[in-house]
Design a protein around this ligand. Sequence first.
Ligand code: G16
Length: 566
Amino acid sequence: MSLLPADITANLTAGIASYPKPDSVVYSYGTAGFRMAADLLDSVMFKVGILAAIRSKALGGACVGVMVTASHNPVPDNGVKLVEPSGDMLVPEYEKIAVAMANASTVDELAELAAAALAAASVAPDAPAAVRYGHDTRPSANRLVAALEAGLAVLPAVDAIPVGLVSTPQLHYLVKASNEPQFGIATLDGYNNKLIAAYTQLLEAGGAGNGEFDAGKLFVDGANGVGAPALAALLAAAGPDFALHASIVNDGSDPEVNILNHEAGADYVKSNQMPPPVLAETADRCAAFDGDADRVVYFFNSPSAGFVLLDGDKLASLMADYISSTLQVLVDAGLVAADELSLAVIQTAYANGASTTYLRNELGATVEFTKTGVKHLHHAALAYDIGVYFEANGHGTVVFSPKYVETLARVAANPDLATAPPAAAAATQLGLLPAVVNQAVGDAISDMLFIEAILRIRRLSVADWAALYTEHPNRLTKVAVADRTVFTTTNADQQLVEPTGMQDAIDALVAPVDAGRAFVRPSGTEDVVRVYAEASSQDAADALALAVAKLVYDTADGVGELVTSF
Ligand code: G16
C-alpha cells in the first residue's frame, strides 16, 4: 500500500516497469556518485531523478543539479553526480537515501523511501522543485538522460531544466548561479564571460595585461571529452585579443579516432607519467583535462629532464605561493593584520611528500589531509578564509570565506591605497580571485586560467614553476581483485583496516626502502584497488609499488593480469 497519492504511485509503477533494477547488482555511492558500466545504470538514473526532485523540494525549491558523466572512466561506463544548491556535492545523508532508492526493486519499496524522505523534510509531494541536468559526451548519455527525465516527472511541480552538453564544473556553476545571482549569470555565456573578464582584469592588475611577457605556446589535451568544446567556446567568446592562445588537441572531433580518455587526458598523463602520444614530441607547455573537465594537470617535455609532470600538488603549491605572497604585500603595508586571514592547503594521501614539505616549511602554510574525494577536501577547505585544495590527480580549487571578501573590500576602500601602487595592485588581484576561481567545484578551465595568469604575472616559465620543489619519485598503479569492498581504510586513507594483517605486511615491505611510503585503498569510481608508493629513487618506488600490488593480488584474489613492470 503506497504512502503517496495514486497518480504518483502510478508514475512509480510505470517507471519501475520501464527501468527495472537488475537483480544481480548492488549499487553503492562511490567517490563521486554512482559510476559503473552504462548498461547497468538506467534504473539508477530513474531513481536519481526522483531523489533530485525531493532534495530540491526539501530545500524550499532551491535548484539542485544532476550531471550524467563517468569523468575519467572509459567510454562504456557512465555515472551520475548530484549537486547541492550551493554548488557542492550532495550531502552525505542524501547519499544514503540515494543508495537505498537505487537498490529498491519494487514500487512499494521505492514509494516508502520517497515518502520517508519527503516526510523527513516535512515537505508535501507537490511542493515546488527545480533541477538542472546535463551530460558529457558519452554515447550512453541520451538513453540515461531519458531515464533521468522519467524520474524527474514522477513528482508534481518539478521544473526540470535540461542544459545539454556541459562540463561538470559548468553544471555546478549553473546550479550555484541560479540560486545565488550575485555569483554569476546562470547561463553558459554567463560562465564564459565571468571567467574571461576576471582573467583579463587579473592580468591587468598584476601588470601582465599588455602581453609584454611571452608565456609561450600552450597545448590543451581535452581528453576527447566535453572540456574541448567547452574551452573552444570560451576562447571564441573571448575573441582574438584574449591573452591566452591555446591549441586544443584530443578534442573528440572524430569519435572513431578520438576516443574519450583513451591515450588522452589528465588521468592518462598522471597515471602513466607520460604525455599523450599526440603531444609526445612537443617541448611546449601542455595542460590536460579529464573527460568532464573537472581536473587539470600540466606537463612539458624537457630537453634535459624528459617528461615533467606538474600535477595537482604543483598547482596547489603555485596558487598558495602566489596568494600568500600577494597577501604579504598588504600585511607589509599595514592594511591587513598578519593573522587576519587563515590560509590552508588541503591534500590527500596521494600528495607527494615533497609538496607537503614545501608547503609547510617553505610557505609556512597549514596543511590538512582528508580522505580521497573532492567532497571531503572541499568541506575541509571551507574552514579557512583561503582554502586551497587539490588532489594530486588535478582535482581542486580555492575557496574564499565571506571574511576574505569583506577584508578585501575594506582594503579596497582605504584611501591610503592611492599612494601605495604595489598594495593597490595586490588588493585588486586578491579581490578578483573569487571570480577567477570557480568556487563551486574544481574546474579545469578556471584552474588553468588562474595558473596561466600567475605564470604571466610572475613572469614564470613552466620550468620555473616545476622547480618550486622536486617530487619524491613515486608510482601509482591499480590491481583488480574479486571484491574491492573487503578493503577498508582509516587515517585519511593512509592505512588499511581490512583485510586484517595486510597493513602489517605493507609496513614490512616499506620498512627497508629509503624514504619509502606506500598505501592501498579501494577506488570509489573503478572496480580496482589503487596502490601508491614513494621512495628516494624511481626504481625503488616502482619496486615498492610492484611488491605491494603483488601482495594485494595474492591475498585478495587478484583478477586478470598483475602488473609486473612500468
Ligand atoms: C572522482 C572524484 C575525485 C577522485 C577520483 C578518483 O573524480 O571526484 O575526488 O580523486 O574520482 O577516485 P577513486 O580513487 O576513488 O577512484 P572524477 O574526475 O573521476 O569524477
